[in-house]
Design a protein around this ligand. Structure first.
Ligand code: ZN
Length: 176
């Protein structure tokens, strides 16, 4: 910095260039590994709750990557909305069906939906009574049947698989 004297007042001048803002100089977008519509092979519906990083890792491992890319559909409660009804669940059910319908229409290789349930805290929002693990697993089976039925009504035939993430961290149980 150089001192600059004008009429007895000392100003400090700075020779360093001003840092440009991101608005003035946006970074070029990264385009590598971009997917196309034909790469999307399915979607998975799961609970938005991000508190268990092990569960998130397990979900990533569960999705078979060698066949293509999977679209995540995250909602608090996950697939519970497909099995149960109620003011806070009905719009979620509609959203899930609408999203899958959209994907099936627009992605030619979209053939599978995977429902992922867990020991979900959202039950406290929809019921005052305690919901035990067997009932939670059963809800995921019911969600699979219900989604199959709704998609058939919409003329969509895709494979639906359902899994429950065990709260002891042992991994997923496939629900038939
Ligand atoms: Zn949850």
């Amino acid at each position: 910095m150089q001192p600059l004297k004008i009429r007895g007042i000392i100003f400090m001048t700075c020779t360093k260039e001003r840092t440009p803002t991101s608005i003035e100089k946006p970074s070029p977008p990264i385009m590598k590994n971009r997917l196309t519509a034909t790469d999307i092979v399915g979607a998975y519906v799961f609970c938005s709750d991000p508190r268990d990083p092990l569960q998130q890792e397990a979900i990533d491992k569960l999705m078979p990557k060698n066949i293509g890319a999977w679209a995540p559909i995250a909602l608090f409660g996950g697939p519970i909305a497909l099995a149960r009804q109620g003011p806070s669940l009905d719009p979620c059910c509609e959203i899930i069906c609408h999203q899958i319908h959209f994907a099936a229409k627009n992605f030619p290789n979209f053939k599978t939906v995977i429902l992922i349930g867990h020991d979900c805290g959202y039950y406290a929002e929809i019921t005052e009574k305690e919901v035990l693990l067997p009932e939670k697993r059963n809800d995921i089976a019911e969600a699979r049947r219900s989604l199959e039925c709704k998609l058939t009504e919409l003329g969509i035939t895709i494979e639906i698989r359902a899994f429950f993430y065990e709260p002891d961290g042992s991994g997923f149980t496939e629900i038939k």
